[in-house]
Design a protein around this ligand. Structure first.
Ligand SMILES: Nc1ncnc2c1ncn2[C@@H]1O[C@H](COP(=O)(O)OP(=O)(O)OP(=O)(O)O)[C@@H](O)[C@H]1O
Length: 291
């Protein structure tokens, strides 16, 4: 059968078996070693000044999640443009709408409670790959918008309470959280919330205090400070993992074209509908996406 005209789908290697429980390639460390982390049980905080490269990390993670058969992405993006390309891959996409944000968080809390009830009934402590339950990956960009700008004070407080509960309890229920902010300040990321994130990425900061708010107290004094990342080094961050030492790394970069191509493919593999053209090429069999 002749190949159909080249389309975005043709350029993507078919990978129908990606799993939320597989390690995700995030980038390279300063020695050129690939940095991988599984996301299924992670809470990842991404913070730093504007233009530091937070979007590249959030998009790299979102791309993996969108391509996983066992993941259900729930996206919050008050700015609409960061996660917007992935909307067709998401179970729920929340924009600059506080009512929608709170309703969605309440639904997530209910699902989380149900998952905990199931775990308890089965004498288990956490969901695993073999349970056949999909991970619900909750991705927020930018949290400050929901926590301080949109809606009323009462709504912002409810948002923060529900968000904190999701971050605190989501892990065992296979409901990982990835949250980004360009405001690494104590009012947006109080220590009690920061410490719930086992993984934290500090992109360029303008003060050692901001860097410590992300990485943890004392790291700037120990020589790990995101103020040393120059404006000419977008995509470079310090990544700290539970109990470890911050690693300087450069995150993988997806161009806007890469993102739209991947999102198109992921949307088609999930829904049968393309985001940018009507049908997948005949050269790609739908069988490879069977559960
Ligand atoms: N990993 C990377 N490699 C190379 N260039 C990068 C990388 N990440 C980001 N950049 C460059 O830096 C620019 C700003 O990056 P990005 O939009 O991700 O920053 P940001 O921290 O998300 O900013 P904002 O907070 O304003 O959304 C990008 O347009 C891109 O040109």
């Amino acid at each position: 059968m002749p190949m159909s005209t080249a389309s975005p789908v043709d350029r993507i290697p078919v990978g129908p078996n990606l799993s939320m429980f597989d390690p995700v390639f995030l980038g390279l460390d300063e020695f050129g070693t690939p940095v991988y982390t599984p996301l299924a049980y992670r809470r990842l905080l991404i913070a730093g000044e504007p233009d530091g490269g937070k979007s590249s990390l959030i998009n790299t993670a979102t791309a993996h999640i969108a391509l996983c058969r066992d993941a259900r992405p729930v996206l919050f993006d008050g700015k609409l443009v960061e996660l917007g390309p992935w909307e067709d891959c998401a179970d729920e996409f929340v924009g600059a709408d506080m009512d929608h944000a709170i309703t969605t968080l309440r639904r997530l809390q209910t699902v989380m409670n149900n998952r905990y009830a199931w775990l308890r009934a089965h004498g288990r402590r956490k969901l695993t790959r073999t349970d056949g339950v999909k991970a619900i990956a909750c991705i927020f960009d930018e949290i400050a918008l929901y926590a301080t700008v949109l809606g009323t004070k009462v709504q912002q407080d409810e948002f923060i309470t529900l968000f904190r509960d999701l971050v605190a309890r989501g892990r065992a229920a296979a409901m990982p959280v990835i949250a980004a902010t360009q405001r690494p300040s104590i009012d947006i990321i109080p220590k009690s919330l920061r410490d719930l994130f086992g993984y934290r990425a500090a992109f360029r900061c303008t003060s050692s205090g901001s860097s410590d708010i992300i990485l943890g107290d004392g790291w700037s004094g120990a020589g790990f400070c995101a103020t040393t990342i120059k404006p000419t080094m977008p995509g470079v961050c310090y990544l700290i993992a539970e109990g470890g030492v911050p690693t300087l790394m450069k995150v993988a970069y997806l161009t806007d074209d890469d993102i739209s191509t991947l999102a198109d493919y992921a949307a088609w593999s999930r829904t049968g509908h393309r985001t940018t053209s009507p049908a997948p090429p005949a050269s790609v069999s739908a069988d490879v996406f069977a559960a």
